[in-house]
Ligand binder design. Structure first.
Ligand SMILES: [Zn+2]
Length: 320
């Protein structure tokens, strides 16, 4: 019996959110896959759409419930990071509040109607409209963390971050933390960014979802190994970089007189900057990394708050 595909919309906080449900011929786990929790993260949205189309022609054990774009108001308004109606970051609102603002109600509806009852959750992200990042997967401490860790590794991205509740946790209120709190193994997988549909990022998500399916025993006869080609680096926390000045960073490159590109930054080497410099910060690690910041405007606008515009790469350090 082939896999059955049902395309429908789900009423979530008054929104008609498109959902694709794939039911295999054999019983098995239920995997929930979300994308578009942030409205301009196009690579994972494209990946989930392509992945479910491919999955329809394959054997499946169990059930996949996939949402290519959850945050419809942000998607439609092309609003990075936040739901435009209330200015809140949906991925800081889980498990949500049925009596709250739109982001809180949407989080609550997604938590109760999509996440609860799942055997595993993947929330696929990228850098948002103005955000570049190194691909990574994140999972949360909790009763299901051993399984969540397996899934995070199986997804096959370069870095795996474990987050613990407490004051050190940089990003709370996430889908994965809410799932972890009720014992569901969950990961947030990040690849892509900058408002683009990069083929490499789409491929990384599709590969990751396929590996996860195999890891969960939902892909009968799948030849694909779930072992990543290279083991990921394991990290324990985010470190947030702050800037006192408006501006942006470019990855430091030494440029020759003939305009040729030199090697990237070395350990401890200061990044080259554009705009007004954020001159007290240095990054080290020597890995290719690009990030952006929301500038603090001259008109007394507050600096970007955690979870809105600033998302540091996990391996960056601040030196003063
Ligand atoms: Zn995101």
């Amino acid at each position: 019996m082939p896999t059955k595909t049902l395309r429908r919309t789900l009423q979530l906080a008054g929104l008609e959110v498109p959902v694709v449900e794939l039911t295999g011929a054999q019983d098995g786990p239920r995997l929930t896959v979300l994308a578009g929790v942030h409205g301009c993260e196009y690579a994972p949205m494209a990946a989930v759409r392509r992945w479910v189309r491919a999955l329809a022609g394959r054997d499946l054990r169990g059930r996949v419930v996939a949402v290519p774009v959850l945050n419809l108001p942000a998607f439609r308004a092309r609003s990075p990071f936040v739901v435009p109606d209330d200015g809140k970051n949906l991925n800081r609102c889980f498990p949500g509040d049925p009596d709250g603002s739109l982001a809180e109600r949407l989080a609550h509806a997604a938590f109760t109607q999509l996440i609860t009852g799942s055997d595993a959750l993947v929330d696929a992200h990228a850098g948002d409209l103005v955000e570049a990042l190194e691909p990574f997967a994140l999972y949360d401490a909790g009763p299901a963390e051993a399984r969540a860790r397996e899934l995070a590794i199986a997804y096959g991205l370069g870095y795996v971050i474990r987050q613990e509740p407490g004051p050190d946790r940089a990003v709370g209120g996430t889908s994965s933390a809410a799932a972890a709190s009720i014992g569901i193994p969950a990961i947030i997988a990040e690849a892509g960014g900058c408002g683009l549909v990069q083929q490499a990022a789409v491929d990384a998500h599709i590969r990751g979802l396929d590996r996860l399916l195999a890891r969960l025993g939902m892909a009968p006869g799948a030849a694909e190994s779930t072992a990543p080609e290279r083991p990921p680096a394991h990290l324990r926390r985010f470190l947030w970089l702050r800037s006192d000045d408006a501006g942006w960073w470019e990855p430091g490159r030494r440029t020759g007189r003939d305009g040729s590109r030199g090697p990237g930054p070395r350990d401890g080497q200061q990044h080259r900057r554009g705009g007004r410099p954020a001159d007290r910060h240095r990054a080290r690690g020597g890995r290719p990394h690009v990030r952006d910041e929301l500038p603090r405007g001259g008109g007394g606008r507050p600096a970007a708050r955690p979870g809105r515009g600033l998302r540091p790469l996990p391996f960056m350090r601040t030196r003063r």
